[in-house]
Design a protein around this ligand. Structure first.
Ligand code: HEM
Length: 344
């Protein structure tokens, strides 16, 4: 269900704000004094003129404010606009979807439940040093591609926009419906950036994964469900140092990541890059050391087995875990509506 601001209420709010702003500006005061000096005894008509001017100023200002600042956001329209820009034959596998999912996850995955710092609220990756953290290499592509959407819908915050873009990408690439709420604010300065090292290091294994994800408040089952996003996209040698896609259909979300993890024989890739694995049969797919840890750890493997067998179960658990990820540390208003967006 889409909730809009009542337009009557919105216009009352904007007009009163603007009339305050516009009625105190100089041009109107000058007009008033000139009028008073040339017209004697015309207090009645003066009053009428002032009232007319005030109404015109308020209306013009209201229109400006409505266009530029206070326009209530129709989130389904933003959803549709993002969905429209996903496909691009010149980029990677033909879609910006995977890199947008990665942006939404990296913006949120800095959360620390003990201190309440980090998370998608703030969109702090706009600022150095967070934008320059190694883990975020390449995410300027995702931030830049969303810039025209921000211009078109200036009232949405960057923090909400990035998070929503992750939802759009997942849904439009065949994934489950993700419930989503607006309410994230943008930080004004780099002061809210989290320290480097809060996102997972792909060269590490289960203990590290638990350190990182337990810190956010996730359990083993949620860690495995979230890792299933590696059905999407690819590693880029010039970003992370790793190279290649995890599945043969990197622009479709499915449980293929788990199926391939179990069905293929994974051997260490011989190359001068960081340690990673490739499928013995084709040599065209890859797994990170952190992905392989899902196989070698008994508690993780149980969920890999379950998700490989049952895509519906994976979708259900992934949708819940991704919503939780995107909401970590966000001070939602009690009455914030929860959206389920229609696909394009
Ligand atoms: C479990 C720990 C994780 C590690 C160590 C990890 C690591 C990585 C690395 C190294 C890349 C390659 C980046 C590049 O070179 O472009 C990558 C890409 C990606 N990751 Fe993860 N990731 C993890 C969890 C997640 C989660 C939780 C999600 C989302 C729910 C996710 C979504 C993605 C996507 C969609 C890509 C592809 C991006 C693209 O194609 O540009 N990852 N990840």
């Amino acid at each position: 269900m889409i909730r809009r601001l009542n337009p009557v209420f919105a216009s009352i709010k904007t007009q009163s704000h603007l009339s305050r702003r516009f009625l105190t500006t100089r041009p109107i005061q000058r007009t008033q004094s000139r009028f008073q000096s040339t017209q004697s005894g015309g207090s009645k008509s003066n009053a009428g003129l002032y009232a007319t001017l005030a109404v015109i100023a308020a209306a013009a200002g209201g229109w400006y404010y409505y266009q530029n600042e206070a326009k209530p956001v129709n989130y389904q329209e933003v959803y549709n606009a993002i969905a429209e820009i996903l496909d691009n034959a010149d980029y990677d596998d033909g879609s910006y979807g995977p890199v947008l999912v990665r942006l939404a996850w990296h913006a949120a995955g800095t959360y620390d439940k003990a201190s309440g710092t980090g998370g998608s609220n703030g969109a702090t990756m706009r600022f150095n040093p967070e934008s320059a953290h190694d883990a975020n290499a390449g995410l300027s592509v995702a931030r830049d591609v969303l810039e025209p959407i921000k211009k078109k819908f200036p009232s949405i915050t960057y923090a909400d926009l990035w998070s929503l873009a992750g939802v759009v990408a997942i849904q439009e690439m065949g994934g489950p419906t993700i419930k989503w709420r607006p309410g994230r604010a943008d930080a004004d300065t780099a002061a809210a950036c989290t320290p480097d090292g809060r996102l997972p290091d792909a060269s590490k294994t289960q203990d590290h994964l638990r350190d990182i994800f337990y810190r956010m408040g996730f359990n083993d089952q949620e860690i495995v469900a979230l890792a299933g996003a590696h059905a999407l996209g690819r590693c880029h040698a010039d970003r992370s140092g790793f190279k290649g896609p995890w599945t043969f259909s990197p622009t479709t979300l499915s449980n293929d990541f788990f199926k391939l993890l179990l069905s293929e024989k994974w051997v260490q890739k011989k190359w001068d890059g960081p340690k990673q694995f490739e499928d013995k049969q084709t040599g065209s797919l890859m797994m990170l050391p952190s992905d392989m840890a899902l196989l070698s750890d008994k508690s993780f493997k149980k969920h890999v087995d379950a998700y490989a067998k049952d895509q519906d179960l994976f979708f259900k658990d992934f949708a819940a875990a991704f919503q939780k990820l995107e909401e970590l540390g966000v001070p939602f208003k009690k009455e914030a509506p929860i959206f389920e967006f229609k696909r394009l």
